[in-house]
Design a protein around this ligand. Structure first.
Ligand code: GTP
Length: 192
């Protein structure tokens, strides 16, 4: 019995306005714990670590090109952060389009779901934005659960896989045609 392990490396860029929870989501995903649970020294170490991992919220083409997938975060308690997501989507699509890339893997995340008493952006608004821009949508609480955050990253990985397969498809059809014509060419020369 042979077991095949398929692994995939992907660059993921988290974008969003200040304080929407980008660091909290990343820390939750990587350590299963909420960023607020760490003591002062823990927070300092995490901060240094995240300096390497979390990209800040300004755009440049290189960073967008670098990324295979995007997590666009807003807070359900912050309308301006939600409005910013639309602009991010437009910039990403415009930049990726320039390079002829297929459907861009983007996941929209409404964070701070636990603060429902302070909610100003409804779930429907988030879902509609995702529908109209062809992105996935999740509402989560980095403060409360690991599972929802895990689903976000898994959902994005699935999208990245799909887009990589879509890019590869024409090449593989080409290679099938090539190998078939090689077989027929050999048969023709064999029968001569
Ligand atoms: N109640 C609640 N608070 C959260 C949640 N996620 C993050 N926070 C808090 O929101 C604040 C900002 O979170 P960060 O993770 O630092 O946000 P960020 O987007 O990385 O912020 P910047 O560094 O400004 O870009 C912190 O006080 C977090 O503890 C959440 O799901 N619920």
């Amino acid at each position: 019995l042979v077991k095949l392990m398929l692994t995939m490396e992907a660059n993921v860029l988290l974008l969003g306005a200040d304080s929407v929870g980008k660091s909290a989501l990343t820390v939750r995903f990587l350590t299963r714990r909420f960023i607020g649970e760490y003591g002062d020294i823990g927070k300092l170490l995490l901060f240094v670590f995240l300096l390497y991992l979390v990209s800040q919220d300004h755009f440049d083409e290189k960073r967008i090109q670098w990324a295979d997938g995007f997590i666009l975060v807003y807070s359900i308690c912050d309308r301006a952060s939600f409005n910013g997501v639309q602009q991010h989507i437009e910039s990403i699509k415009a930049t990726k389009d320039n390079f002829g890339t297929e459907k861009v893997p983007i996941v929209i995340v409404g964070n701070k779901r636990d603060l429902h008493h302070r909610r100003v952006v409804s779930s429907e608004e988030g879902r509609l934005l995702a529908l109209s821009t062809d992105c996935d949508f999740y509402e989560v609480s980095a403060a409360e659960t690991y599972h929802g955050v895990l689903l976000v990253f898994h959902g994005l990985v699935e999208r990245i896989k799909d887009s990589k397969m879509a890019v590869k498809k024409p090449a593989s059809i080409k290679s099938i045609v090539k190998s078939m014509s090689a077989v027929f060419a050999r048969r023709r020369t064999d029968s001569l």
